[in-house]
Design a protein around this ligand. Structure first.
Ligand SMILES: Nc1nc2c(ncn2[C@@H]2O[C@H](COP(=O)(O)OP(=O)(O)O)[C@@H](O)[C@H]2O)c(=O)[nH]1
Ligand SMILES: [Mg+2]
Length: 291
């Protein structure tokens, strides 16, 4: 359950609603297959409802089997993976790729359908595999049309992959590639943090904060040329300040959801509410992480 102190402030609904009536800011949830994207969308929408914040959701994954949130738009209504397989005589992988393109080609129609929806924030679930979203030619157009200059990325790190230094660095690089490719502000979250033992969680978070500790772990694990390469890349990221650290998240325990909200508020406004205590509530939830 969400922290009781979040409830009943009565001003939640106005947090990010644009004064000029434009559509709400958009967060695209991205990450490798199984990273927890769809579960996060479900958890965020449910959590936001308790706070009186209206989080609109969209499913862009034509291959989703089930959707547990309540989407304003579901791409499966316009593109069905099994129809694409039949019609174009494709296997599941080819069909996923074609379906992603077919969806992106309809970006303008989708945007027209969403026009006029009011809400505080729009959360977009993306296809299982990150490359289907980030690396198809049509996707930049898609992001432009749906995001309309008020969009950001939430990149989910897989907790199991993050346990090794090389797996961690690989995801850091992937996050930066997606950030570079789509050109949107990006926040990195460590998904399913509840699955990690406290000491493992602490170690992974430390890697996100202190490059030196990650370097040491990398040398220990891989050594040699591979490590030199990775460290070169990481230093470069640090210099250009694209490595924003890693925030723990658990959809299961509803932890870290407030950090997603404050990331959006910092980018798109709404922090004016802090004077009446909303932001300090969020702060206390963040502080409470290590309890
Ligand atoms: N323990 C735990 N499991 C989670 C969490 N989030 C997602 N999962 C599980 O991870 C699996 C993949 O999640 P899903 O949301 O479908 O991943 P997606 O492919 O990125 O959309 C599912 O079995 C989820 O139940 C979490 O916060 N904690
Ligand atoms: Mg999914």
């Amino acid at each position: 359950m969400p922290d009781e102190s979040f409830k009943n402030h009565g001003h939640g609904a106005n947090i990010m609603a644009a004064a000029d009536g434009t559509s709400p800011p958009v967060l695209f949830i991205v990450g490798t297959a199984g990273a927890g994207k769809s579960t996060l969308v479900t958890a965020f929408q449910r959590w936001a409802r308790f706070l009186d914040i209206e989080a609109l959701t969209i499913n862009l994954d034509p291959g989703a089997e089930r959707v547990h949130y309540d989407p304003e738009f579901d791409v499966r209504d316009i593109v069905s993976l099994s129809d694409v397989m039949d019609e174009y005589d494709l296997g599941p992988n080819g069909a996923q790729i074609l379906a992603a393109d077919l969806v992106a080609m309809q970006a303008n129609e989708i945007q027209a359908e969403l026009e006029g929806l009011s809400g505080d924030l729009m959360i977009i679930d993306t296809p299982g595999q990150v490359e289907l979203f980030a690396f198809r030619e049509a996707s930049s157009h898609f992001v432009e049309v749906l995001g309309q200059d008020r969009a950001a990325l939430i990149f989910l790190f897989d907790p199991m992959l993050s346990q090794s230094a090389s797996g961690f660095v690989s995801q850091m690089l992937l996050s930066n590639i997606v950030h570079f490719r789509l050109g949107l502000p990006t926040a990195n979250f460590l998904s399913k943090a509840d699955l990690l033992e406290p000491e493992d969680l602490e170690r992974v978070l430390e890697w996100g904060e202190r490059l030196e500790s990650l370097e040491a772990a990398l040398y220990e694990e891989a050594g040699g040329q591979r490590t030199e390469f990775a460290i070169g890349q990481l230093r470069m990221m640090q210099q250009s300040q694209i490595q924003p650290g890693l925030i723990p998240l658990s959809s299961e325990r509803e932890e870290g959801l407030a950090d997603i909200l404050s990331f959006a508020q910092n980018l798109f406004g709404g922090m004016a509410d802090s004077k009446d205590g909303f932001a300090s509530d969020i702060g206390s939830e963040i502080d409470g992480w290590n309890d």
